[in-house]
Design a protein around this ligand. Structure first.
Ligand SMILES: O=C(O)CCC(=O)C(=O)O
Length: 287
């Protein structure tokens, strides 16, 4: 499969929307063949998760919410997507960046009827990088209705407000220790506004989506609220995270999740560096 160009599909209005709202839904951006590639990759990935994999939720009916990240090293299909799909160019053109590096992949897999809602949060405060030019391409591999899909507070990426970070494992209703709490001892309670109490006030956005559609969002935007599924629906989401022009490596003193500081250090990356090396490869540039 050769690299796809997105220039024919991305409109000026979509770019403007991404910059203004911090999020844009792009219908039919990826061919069915890419969904098949990612589905095959996910099947293989689920057989051999990384050490970072967690079950964020497991309820008394056995319904689960599975998460894992940076699996691309072992999943050839994810590599194919990262290096050959239009995702990097899409990220670059939306962010207005001259070059785009890949950060990591993450999957969010809910079994049918799962009731676990992703807490409202921003991504960038968790990450081992800092910058405004960061984004996620969120791709459901199965159909999802707006009320079950990831939701966003438009414009919230433009404030300087960085909220306290959740320990996602703390929210598990089954009380199982899905997160190594020792990493989180210094973190205060989350201070995110109660968006669910009044979604209209916050102008919350979400969309009905089919495989091939994607949502691209800035990593500082407040997002969450997704994932309470009807009994006959599962939700399999592949996400890819991308880094643009103003991003620097930033090892934080606490709360990095996923914490890539060790592997980044092994690849010779240090706080203040530009992303690079084979770990965070440059995938696209505008010239
Ligand atoms: O799909 C989800 O439930 C959460 C996705 C998310 O928070 C992310 O990709 O940053």
């Amino acid at each position: 499969m050769s690299a796809d160009s997105v220039t024919r599909q991305l409109t000026a209005e979509q770019v403007e929307r991404f910059r203004r709202d911090g999020v844009v839904m792009l219908p039919t951006m990826f061919d069915r063949s890419w969904i098949d590639v990612l589905q095959a990759g996910l099947e293989r990935h689920l057989q051999a998760p990384t050490q970072r994999a967690r079950v964020w939720d497991r309820d008394d009916q056995g319904r689960t919410m599975f998460w894992d990240s940076m699996a691309w090293h072992n999943v050839a299909e994810y590599q194919q997507f990262v290096f050959q799909s239009c995702a990097a160019e899409l990220a670059g053109r939306l962010m207005g960046s001259a070059a785009v590096n890949f950060y990591f992949d993450a999957v969010f897999v809910r079994s049918p009827g799962a009731q676990f809602e992703t807490p409202w949060h921003q991504d960038e405060p968790y990450w081992s990088v800092r910058g405004h030019d960061t984004c996620t391409v969120w791709m459901p591999l199965v159909p999802v209705a707006a009320e079950n899909a990831l939701s966003f507070v438009p414009g919230s990426h433009l404030t300087d407000q960085i909220y306290e970070q959740y320990d996602f494992g703390r929210l598990n209703p089954d009380g199982k220790p899905d997160v190594d709490r020792s990493d989180f001892s210094a973190i205060a309670e989350a201070d995110v506004p109660d968006i669910a109490a009044d979604p209209n006030r916050f102008g919350v956005l979400s969309w009905d989506m089919e495989p091939g559609d994607c949502v691209v969002f800035n990593s500082r935007i407040l997002h969450g609220g997704s994932g309470r599924l009807p009994d006959d629906r599962d939700l399999r989401v592949f996400t890819s995270k991308w880094l643009g022009d103003d991003v620097r490596i930033a090892f934080r003193s606490e709360g990095m999740d996923p914490d890539f500081s060790q592997i980044m250090t092994e690849y010779g990356l240090a706080s203040g560096d530009r992303p690079g090396t084979e770990l965070l490869p440059q995938i696209w540039s505008s010239n």
